[in-house]
Design a protein. Sequence first.
Length: 129
Amino acid sequence: MFTLKLKVIIPNSGISKETLKERELMLKSVGAKETEISVDCIEHGPESIESNYDEILAGKYIIVGKPIPILYAPLTKLAKLKEESEEFILWETKFVRERNRVFDAISNCIGYIILASTLMDEKLKSFVF
């Protein structure tokens, strides 16, 4: 069994800590018990998170520990740069490329897990109890 971690980010809304906790509890009440859910509000960043680009801009405000190592350097650089600078755009591109590599690797792993699960289900069906 594995634990799924879900982080909900609410950008620039000024929501109180009590409201954030209420939303977290509400989400936990409908999620699987193995799922770890947290809700945070970032003070800066995009007005809404509607695309991959918005996620990148919000990312530098939500680092709470070290992320996946290959993503750490670009994120820490982005956090120090002005969004309109050429260097920001170059580091943002680097981050997107590395993030896509991570997503591809995770997607492949999920595919293998689904395949293994399907094969196990088929094998179990062949047993007579």
